[in-house]
Design a protein around this ligand. Structure first.
Ligand code: AMP
Ligand code: MG
Length: 331
């Protein structure tokens, strides 16, 4: 089994040394746990793809300490400077033109002329980046297609010995992957919803668009990897549930006063392995933080499926619903 190591000063130093040596390390961030490697080292990056069985056409996000470091790898125009200055460090990834002679390994961008870059708002992750001195490519620390790992235990459970070293810092604060904003084209476009909302970005980008990936066919996907089925537990997921079928687990949101069994009875009598509430108070930030963790906890052979209550489609709820609809997708 992998080593789960608390993020002491010594463990941070060791993680940075492993990155420099060309190894992969599971790292905490505010979004989800990342499986990190030196983005300048193609062999190290190849280990990420292998460990999580990630399709080789799905590009990676690089994580850097600040905008100055990002400028070594990506071209910033006026708008990119403005957005980076306003938002970073945070759960916002920018797609920008890849800089010539950047040194970024070709398998990070899978040969694209653009690069995805983010400055995380997580003290330990930033320390690992600074001490390693390199940009860190890091997708979520789980097998490709599964719900993202938001705790060290879930990273360990998903990747097993494929990820020998896990730098642990508890559950992730945000719990969902970053918002992806494409600034490489004529019109700024959100390619993936996240904690940084459409409204927050639109206040500074009046012509902001959203790319609805679920409407694209595989050959016109602008953001490779945003394929339909993703974030999926092994059990079937049923959305907007207003009641629970026999054998189903329930992922609730807010009050369950009006939730009942199809066969009669009230869900308050469900046993606790079959019932989780994303947020009893109906708090969307709390729900985002709990989403992947609870989906993983309910995903066991005791149940026939997971029924999920309606989540309001506002604020970070948009990102929650986007993940859930892909988790429920049959495609
Ligand atoms: P993940 O690391 O799994 O959270 O996913 C990163 C996602 O970022 C990929 O699946 C792509 O959809 C997106 N991405 C990364 N690089 C690019 C790029 N150069 N252009 C467009 N999308 C990208
Ligand atoms: Mg992922």
């Amino acid at each position: 089994m992998p080593r789960i190591v608390s993020a002491t000063a010594e463990a941070i130093k060791q993680s940075a040394a492993l990155i420099v040596a060309g190894d992969i390390v599971v790292l905490p961030t505010e979004t989800v746990y990342g499986l990190g490697a030196n983005a300048l080292d193609a062999d190290a990056v190849a280990k990420i793809f292998k460990a999580k069985n990630r399709p080789n056409f799905n590009p990676l996000i690089i994580h850097v300490a600040d905008k100055t470091q990002a400028q070594g790898y990506a071209e910033f125009d006026g708008i990119a400077h403005k957005i980076a200055d306003l938002f970073w460090p945070t759960a916002l990834t920018l797609i920008l033109p890849l800089k010539k002679n950047s040194g970024i390994a070709a398998n990070v961008t899978v040969g694209l002329k653009t690069i995805a870059v983010r400055v995380p708002n997580h003290k330990i992750m930033r320390e690992v980046i600074k001490q390693s001195g390199v940009p860190i490519a890091a997708p979520s620390a789980n097998n490709s297609g599964e719900p993202s790992a938001t705790t060290p235990a879930h990273a360990a459970q998903s990747l097993g010995d494929n990820a020998p070293f896990i730098l642990a810092d508890g559950a992730c604060d945000v719990g969902l992957e970053s918002t992806i904003l494409d600034l490489s084209g004529d019109v700024p476009t959100i390619l993936r919803a996240g904690a940084v909302t459409f409204e927050a970005l639109q206040a500074h980008l009046p012509n902001l668009q959203i790319d609805n990936v679920s409407k694209q066919s595989a050959d016109e996907v602008k953001s490779p990897g945003q394929l339909l089925k993703h974030y999926a537990p092994s059990l079937p997921v049923r959305l907007n549930a207003v009641d629970v079928a026999n054998g189903e687990a329930l992922l609730a949101f807010g009050s369950v006063k009006f939730m009942s069994f199809k066969s009669g009875g009230h869900v308050k009598d469900m046993n606790k392995e079959a019932y989780k509430n994303l947020s009893e108070d109906g708090d969307l930030d709390e729900a985002a933080k709990n989403l992947f963790m609870m989906l993983r906890d309910l995903d066991c052979a005791l149940h026939t499926g997971i029924a999920v209550m309606n989540i309001p489609d506002k604020g970070i709820g948009v990102a929650i619903n986007e993940r859930l609809s892909r988790a429920a997708s049959q495609a």
